[in-house]
Design a protein around this ligand. Structure first.
Ligand code: GDP
Ligand code: IMO
Ligand code: MG
Length: 439
């Protein structure tokens, strides 16, 4: 298991590589997927939905994808949106049109959409916001994109799928579903609720026109590529600490960003994945509510947010920032199934005199340096134990050779991998595809 991720080895890569995120998302998955995509033959976005925002910056410009797989720029790679992703058809249609406008071909030759993927409809967003409104404790701070209610309908075995949208009896199914949802929302709101059916239906028909040629049975394709030993790339949404079952519940999303999510989407056994790369920034961020032991609400958090431009890709909300949380990262890497780490945004610390790592937590006089579950109550109360490292005071964005990084930067990187117990094989020193160091 495991591949060497030197640039040369990426060129020679065979088999399956999954790119995921060990913490609370936004660690730079889009960048790393784009980086690997040039060699991929198939790429699969495997969980979540338009709550994701993945930034890609390459020779085509800067793009922020919510549903489109970040490997879309390789015309020879078949990108797939898996059955386990929840899709807002109107939003996906818009993303496809925007890409075509930018001169990127999107056809059934390079993008397929799983026919069993569930559709996010306007009522899901209403229910998402309603659920937040009536929460008595701390709100989750969801993205408001309707993710939870769409997965809830799927769990209840209700709702519409992609195959319904492109099927001949869509109108009938749409009417039946809207009736059910109107009854549900009327009960929730305590008054009669009606949707603008005609307008909504027309919008869906326009989206259908764009999406229909791309909707297909994808499992057979995935299996056949896998059986032939082709290079398959997985792309997660969110991050392992937002996993429904293993994250900081209830402050989580409704899907599985780790390696099991890839398995659920593809049937490719976890043991036949060649490398799971967990992408983490050199510091920690979180958007939305929930515990974050290293959050700094003062000048430091502000400084990281300013230099790191830490504002949500999907909602524009300021991200909560703090030092890299090693115990959380170590646990998240375990949930993610990480074989290696890609460390991004090292360059954000170029002008810092001092950098800290959270090496453990303190609570009620007890110290821990490792956690085996993401207990939200514990993490709310835990105080970070910090270890200080000297900065390097040098611009790293032009560096492409690990040995040419300043000594202090290498020391910092090597301490992280030593404590997380997962090797760092990629170091990213800028948002652009080329601003990357392979080890
Ligand atoms: P994702 O959701 O994991 O794909 O990450 P996002 O795209 O939401 O957020 C990551 C942000 O960091 C994006 O704006 C990227 O362009 C940017 N980025 C990624 N890697 C680097 C890096 O090494 N240095 C800098 N300065 N920016 C980076
Ligand atoms: P990418 O793929 C960061 C967070 C939300 C909220 C919680 C639940 O760009 O890394 P949801 O709308 O999913 O029900 O919200 O999860 N969240 C993300 N945070 N990056 C993401 O995606 C996220 N997707 C959801 O902020 O706290
Ligand atoms: Mg993001």
């Amino acid at each position: 298991m495991g591949i060497n991720l030197s640039e040369k080895q990426i060129k020679e890569w065979r088999g399956v590589v999954v790119v995921t995120d060990p913490t609370w998302g936004d660690n730079g998955k889009g960048k790393i997927v784009d980086l690997l995509s040039s060699r991929a033959q198939m790429s699969i976005r495997y969980n979540g939905g338009p709550n994701a925002g993945h930034t890609v910056r390459n020779e085509h410009g800067e793009f922020k994808f919510h549903l489109i797989p970040s490997a879309i720029f390789n015309p020879d790679c078949l990108s797939i949106i898996a059955n386990t992703v929840v899709i807002d058809p109107i939003k996906l249609g818009e993303e496809i049109l925007a890409l075509r406008k930018a001169g990127i071909a999107v056809t059934e030759k390079n993008l397929l959409i799983g026919q069993n993927a569930h559709l996010i409809m306007p009522w899901h967003r209403i229910r998402d916001n309603f659920a937040e409104m009536i929460r008595t404790g701390e709100k989750i701070g969801t993205t408001g994109k309707g993710i939870g209610p769409t997965y809830a309908d799927r769990t209840e075995r209700l709702g519409l799928q992609m195959r319904d949208l492109v099927g001949s009896d869509f109108e009938k199914k749409f009417v039946r579903e809207i009736d059910r949802q109107e009854r549900l929302i009327s009960v929730m709101e305590g008054k009669e609720y009606h949707f603008e059916k005609k307008e909504m239906y027309e919008q869906l028909l326009s989206a259908r026109e764009i999406l229909a040629p791309l909707v297909n049975e994808v499992m057979e394709k995935i299996d056949s590529f896998h059986q032939k030993g082709k290079r398959i790339l997985g792309e997660a949404g969110q991050g392992a600490l937002l996993d429904l079952d293993l994250g900081t519940y209830p402050f989580v999303t409704s899907s599985h960003p780790g390696v099991v999510g890839f398995n659920l989407a593809t049937t490719i056994p976890v043991k036949s994945i060649n490398e799971v790369i967990a992408v983490t920034k050199a510091y920690t961020t979180r958007v939305g509510a929930g515990p974050m032991p290293t959050e700094d609400t003062g000048a430091l958090g502000e400084r990281i947010r300013e230099i790191g431009k830490e504002f949500g890709t999907t909602t524009g909300r300021p991200r909560r920032c703090g030092w890299l949380d090693i115990p959380a990262l170590r646990y998240g890497a375990q949930v993610a199934g990480a074989d290696s780490l890609a460390l991004t945004k090292l360059d954000i610390f170029d002008e810092f005199d001092e950098i800290n790592l959270c090496v453990g937590y303190e609570l009620g006089g007890h110290q821990v340096d490792k956690i085996s579950h993401a207990d939200a109550l514990f993490l709310h109360e835990a105080r970070p134990i910090l270890k200080s490292f000297p900065g390097w005071g040098e611009n790293t964005t032009q560096i492409r050779d690990y040995e040419k990084l300043p000594q202090n930067a290498r020391h910092f990187i090597e301490k992280i991998e030593e404590m997380v117990k997962v090797p760092i094989k990629i170091v990213s020193v800028g948002a652009n595809r080329i601003e990357t160091i392979y080890r």
